[in-house]
Design a binder for this molecule. Sequence first.
Ligand code: ADP
Ligand code: MG
Length: 263
Amino acid sequence: MAPTDSATTPAAIAVEGLHKHFGNLEVLKGLDFEARHGEVISILGASGSGKSTFLRCLNLLELPSAGRLHVFGEEVRLKSTSNGLHIGDRKQLDRLRTQVAMVFQNFCLWQHMSVLDNLMEAPIHVQKRSRSEVRDEAEAMLVRVGLKERIKSYPAQLSGGQQQRAAIARALVMRPKALLFDEPTSALDPELVGEVLKVMRDLASEGRTMLIVTHEMAFARDVSNRILFLEQGRIAAQGSPKELFGGGANERFNKFISRFSEG
Ligand code: ADP
Ligand code: MG
């Protein structure tokens, strides 16, 4: 499915002038960005360029220091004070957060819960949905990611690839409108990367809105509609994979990707 036409629908996620600093360290230096519905965007950049901070601002795990943020047509209400922005509307924040699910490098599954309970926790306790409905959906999601047999297992009994697939299923049970992935395969042994990328490819082909921080260059090139290259807290290049990987970005991007093609 192709991303929606920008003229007719509001962006899925949009930021204007997004700044984030931690004390004196300015990590995001004024980002302007829009993700359309159904768009798959890979975010590339060196370590420390601000990729994680950017994703964390988009699902409101971090509050921006300045700027505006729209999530599915709603502007996030932030209060401006002398020491930056603060939450303006807690209820809105909680609601928008459930629309933008995040998958982390280290899975972040609850170790003391079975896989099934990991999936059911937030839909029941945060979204207040019925247990039976959530259970059916959780089981269906586990079948989808190939973990039907591991429903009663605990995270420690699973491989890294299985844990990450469970974490993706957990995100999906929340029925999010967008999915954010922060280096979802970076903690995995090389032989387990493919099974996680396969699940992500399937999600992308369904037309889901996805933002993916990754160092998997072949995946980024094949699956994304757009590539965003962050450098020192700024968007230094963006465009289609064809444009960017075809050498049409800038020297620094070319240099960055050349590191991944060497042996
Ligand atoms: P990336 O994901 O691209 O590696 P990050 O967004 O994690 O980059 O970090 C960008 C910079 O912000 C780094 O210098 C990092 O040390 C700093 N940083 C990130 N989170 C915090 C924090 N909570 N407090 C202080 N500094 C932080
Ligand atoms: Mg990071």
